[in-house]
Design a protein around this ligand. Structure first.
Ligand SMILES: [Zn+2]
Length: 149
């Protein structure tokens, strides 16, 4: 960690503590050369890999979830804020699982769980993409399922 005052690369950590929500580590550092102190913040990256249907793996990105929900909620009365909140909750639940890999299907199901209570049309649209409906029967089944609730 380069000292922001003199540019020296040798700095020592003199104190580390988590923020209240345990998501960020705050480190107090001291430069070995100029002895000035500064603070850095470390945030954990979600290093989960997403296993796609064809077996390819890619890094988990919350933007992809947001994109997927956006498509499903087009012209529906759902704000971007709500979309982002769902995506964050999905990310959070994946983080809590603490797994190295997760299937895109499992992520899709998690998103669907949220959409179901929010907007039936968006739910069905999302389901049709994620579950890869191949015939009208599958559509019918999910619409019936929504109507039951
Ligand atoms: Zn320095």
């Amino acid at each position: 960690m380069r000292c922001p005052f003199c540019g020296n690369l040798e700095t020592r950590v003199i104190d580390s503590r988590y923020t209240e929500d345990m998501k960020v580590i705050r480190r107090r550092r001291e430069c070995d050369r100029c002895s000035r102190r500064f603070t850095t913040y470390e945030r954990a990256e979600l290093s989960t890999l997403v296993v796609k249907k064809d077996g390819r793996r890619e890094e988990f990105k919350i933007e992809k979830i947001i994109e997927g929900i956006k498509k499903a909620t087009q012209k529906r009365p759902i704000s971007l804020k709500e979309i982002e909140r769902i995506a964050e909750e999905v990310e959070q639940s994946i983080r809590e699982k603490g797994v190295k890999e997760i299937s895109s299907e499992e992520i899709g199901k998690e998103v669907m769980r949220h959409l179901k209570s929010l907007d039936a049309v968006a739910y069905i649209r999302f389901a049709s993409v994620y579950m890869r409906f191949n015939n009208p029967e599958e559509f019918k089944r999910i619409i019936e399922e929504v109507e039951k609730n």
